[in-house]
Design a protein around this ligand. Structure first.
Ligand SMILES: C[S@@+](CC[C@H](N)C(=O)[O-])C[C@H]1O[C@@H](n2cnc3c(N)ncnc32)[C@H](O)[C@@H]1O
Length: 255
């Protein structure tokens, strides 16, 4: 990984993972919530961010109420995407403090690959272990910088590029430079897929970005300009383009 990809859960873009967890906690504590994430508040409690982040609706000032709304809708949308997809592989790009491997029902034998920087994934693992939270399917951590050659790291973790796969890039694209976004979609749309709700078809890659609102906090970016994209990706690509042809090759580095 590059030297830059060294943030933890309360520094640089790592803190954005904590902020969306706080917003999911707020939504989870509302009456009739769109998402139930019982672990989100554990992360905020363990990280002790300064200034503190709210996790309950009664303690949340206005921008946080909006974030609870937004994260509720976003999380619910992607929860339903995975429920309908029924693939045996799921790849969560920039998983952050996403705990879908720990709170959703998955078909037997599903492997969920979580990609993010090591300190963020390690923090998540520690908090879940400290609280006795077990995964509901096999979850494999893949330490990466998503500006680097993450497909090689994913394959080394056991990813089967011939198997139908559900892909998710949630809250990631604003943090990546344009060339990394291009590579991300080339890689994730070029392998066998199955469309959510379409058993005989292929899967989808799906993404969501950070909405713009002058009332919301601004967060750091990793580098470069952005190319925000929203919605399902259907761009055709050559078979498995962007993927290493041999396992164990040297990852390409950004200069
Ligand atoms: C806004 S959070 C979203 C986390 C998660 N997808 C969710 O919705 O809860 C952004 C995440 O992107 C990760 N991230 C940003 N740039 C990255 C990079 N270059 N490589 C790996 N992870 C990155 C951060 O560490 C953080 O966990």
């Amino acid at each position: 990984m590059t030297q830059q990809a060294d943030w933890d859960i309360v520094t640089d873009v790592g803190i954005t993972a904590l902020a969306v967890a706080a917003a999911r906690a707020i939504e989870s504590h509302r009456a009739n919530p769109l998402v139930s994430d019982p672990y989100a508040e554990l992360f905020v409690a363990a990280a002790r961010p300064q200034p503190p982040m709210p996790t309950r609706p009664a303690d949340a000032p206005d921008p946080w109420q909006d974030m609870g709304d937004y994260l509720g809708v976003r999380s619910r949308f992607f929860d339903e995407y995975f429920a309908a997809g029924a693939t045996r592989q799921a790849v969560l790009l920039a998983a952050g403090l996403d705990v879908r491997g720990y709170r959703l029902d998955w078909p037997a034998g599903t492997v969920v690959y979580e990609l993010d920087v090591p300190k963020v994934l390690q923090f998540k693992q520690n908090v879940l272990a400290d609280n006795g939270v077990a995964s509901r399917t096999e979850v494999r951590n893949v330490d990466v910088d998503l500006r680097d050659d993450w497909p090689t790291a994913l394959q080394r973790a056991g990813f089967d590029r011939t198997a139908p796969t559900s892909w998710l890039a949630e809250g990631l694209l604003p943090f990546l430079p344009n060339d990394a976004v291009e590579r991300l979609f080339t890689s994730s749309t070029s392998c066998p897929r199955r469309a959510a709700g379409s058993p005989s078809s292929t899967s989808t890659s799906t993404s969501a970005t950070w909405p713009t609102s002058s009332r919301w906090p601004t967060w750091p970016r990793t580098s470069g300009s952005t190319s925000p994209t929203c919605g399902r990706t259907t761009r055709p690509s050559p078979p498995c383009s962007g993927w290493p042809t041999t396992a164990g090759g040297s990852p390409a580095r950004r200069s």
